[in-house]
Design a protein around this ligand. Structure first.
Ligand code: GRF
Length: 194
């Protein structure tokens, strides 16, 4: 099996980034390795988490991420084959969608197409799910397209929401689901694309 060199793009706490990096270290033959983390927020928790695990982090402004010369130089420096979004809050520019067609994957913490699109991120999603009286929610792992949360779905997993479940409960359960599935789905999907 070939190994995909997968850059993680993240903006926040970085629990998914950490899970993916740890999974790759624990499963050296899984077909995935993380050469670099790209982050657009200088205060994001993911920076410390990744560096502690020995993965370099490049902090880039939105303008740099949207600049083909600046962005592609970094991806070439680390010989990046594919990109995994893990709590990355910016849209992916068209030049990256073209350059990495079929090789950019995101995880969204709801059962898309429900509770996706602009403004649906983080705790807002779980609050909306509970407010709507949903009896299940889950995660969606999908290809990234120019439409926010609109790319082809690769994998979904769901959990029941018993009466009285709070948004904080949902967040905890969703993180466990993400930990179980995202690294494995990334590895099986991206290792066939190298
Ligand atoms: C996760 O719930 C992920 O599904 C979503 O944003 C959140 C990021 O959390 N896209 P973390 O930064 O990985 O802890």
């Amino acid at each position: 099996m070939k190994t995909s060199r997968t850059a993680i793009f993240a903006s926040g706490a970085g629990s998914n980034a950490e899970n993916i990096i740890r999974y790759c270290a624990a499963h050296p033959d899984c077909g995935l390795t993380v050469p670099v983390v790209v982050c657009n927020r200088p205060d994001a928790g993911v920076i410390e988490r990744a560096r502690t695990l020995g993965v370099p982090v490049r902090v880039m402004t939105r303008a740099e991420i949207n600049d083909p010369a600046a962005m592609l130089a970094i991806l070439e420096e680390y010989s990046v084959d594919s990109i995994a979004l893990a709590g990355f809050l910016l849209m992916i520019p068209d030049f990256l969608l073209e350059r990495y067609a079929g090789r950019i994957i995101n995880i969204h913490p709801s059962l898309l197409p429900k509770f996706g699109g602009k403004g649906m991120y983080g705790r807002h999603i779980h609050e909306a799910v509970v407010a709507a009286g949903e009896t299940t929610t889950g995660i969606t792992i999908h290809h990234v397209s120019s439409e926010c949360d609109g790319g082809r779905i690769i994998f979904q997993a769901s959990i029941p929401l018993p009466p009285g479940t709070t948004p904080a409960d949902v967040e905890t359960a969703i993180h466990a689901l993400e930990r179980t599935h995202y690294p494995r789905v990334l590895a099986t999907t991206l290792s066939t694309q190298v």
